[in-house]
Design a protein around this ligand. Structure first.
Ligand code: C5P
Length: 307
């Protein structure tokens, strides 16, 4: 008698950085950050099924962004290899990946998928690795993969891999994503930041810490929180892609409470008050659609646990 294959499905949420502050550069050329990550409801979905050999099947629901391939360069496969190296055993499986997060937009989709692979295989193969162990493997895979393990809202330092969980910030607000036709490359945006005059490139000094302190107070005003949102990579991205500055203005004019670059871009996100009527949000989406693809989502407060 053969037993039926075991399967597990994991969601991999997109993220934005509510604050992204660059503090310096480490010896490997990576930028040291103080950042507040926030997971979104928009997510990819990965199903892992035990199998005798490994395969990756991709269903791409996204028409914008970089083309991603179901091959060994996919961060999901890299995550599986890193986990196999850590556990010193093979973990063959069929991986079904449904992509809803545009690639190359600064929304951390590839990193979230890699984190989901670590969590999914930990569970499928009953590896019983702790969150700490998963975080240490994640940190080797990319700056944002660790946050994918944690989810919710978190303060990140180092390259973004040293995390502490935070209470939800502006939890009921809706998020409008504007995905322009052109993507931006993460290394290129960081390299452009390096070349900019110091006075032009630092918008976020001390704001991640201030936002963290406010988040920990139960009575902070939304206006105070909104005023702290900032991203040091934004001026660099705007110089590389000037239309993004126009998009930001259009989002504010359409009624967003705040509008900002997602990570290293090129996606922009805008926050919408929880009191805004559905018809008004439809109207905003329509107005903004001339600038690119528009998607409506929200913040996710789901704080994941290793399974
Ligand atoms: O870690 P990840 O693969 O997402 O980073 C892609 C590139 O972005 C890095 O090779 C580096 O050039 C740049 N980067 C950086 N500092 C960070 C994150 C990314 O310089 N904290």
């Amino acid at each position: 008698m053969t037993s039926s294959p075991k399967s597990i499905t994991i969601t991999a949420p997109a993220k934005v950085n509510l604050v992204l502050e660059i503090l310096g550069i480490d010896s490997a050329g990576y930028h040291l950050l103080s950042t507040v990550f926030q997971a979104l409801s928009l997510h990819d979905e990965l199903t892992f099924t035990s199998a005798s050999s490994t395969s990756l099947e991709l269903v791409n629901n996204v028409s914008t962004g970089l083309k991603i391939e179901a091959d060994h360069n996919n961060l999901v496969i890299k995550a599986k290899l890193a986990l196999e190296a850590y556990c010193q055993r093979e973990l063959p499986c069929h991986i079904h990946l449904i992509k809803n997060i545009p690639a190359g937009g600064g929304l951390g989709g590839g990193s979230a998928d890699a984190a989901a692979a670590l969590k999914g295989l930990n569970s499928l193969y009953d590896l019983h690795l702790s969150e700490k162990e998963l975080l240490s493997i994640a940190a080797e895979l990319g700056a944002d993969v660790s946050f994918g393990i944690m989810g919710g809202t978190a303060l990140g330092s180092g390259r973004g891999e040293k995390l502490s969980s935070l209470p939800a910030i502006l939890p009921d607000h809706k998020v409008i994503l504007l995905i322009p036709s052109r993507g931006l490359s993460t290394p290129q945006v960081y390299a452009h930041w390096d070349k900019m005059a110091p006075a032009k490139r630092s918008e976020a000094a001390g704001k991640a810490q201030q936002l963290t302190e406010l988040a920990q107070l139960s009575r902070s005003q939304n206006s105070e929180l909104l005023a702290l949102l900032s991203n040091d990579l934004q001026p660099a991205a705007f110089e590389l892609y000037p239309e993004l500055a126009e998009i930001r203005q259009a989002m504010l004019q359409a009624g967003c409470l705040q509008a900002m670059l997602c990570g290293s871009g090129s996606t922009m996100f805008g926050l919408i008050s929880p009191r805004t009527a559905a018809a008004q949000i439809d109207n905003m989406q329509q107005k903004l659609s001339q600038w690119g693809q528009v998607a409506l989502t929200g913040f996710s407060d789901y704080r994941s646990r290793p399974q």
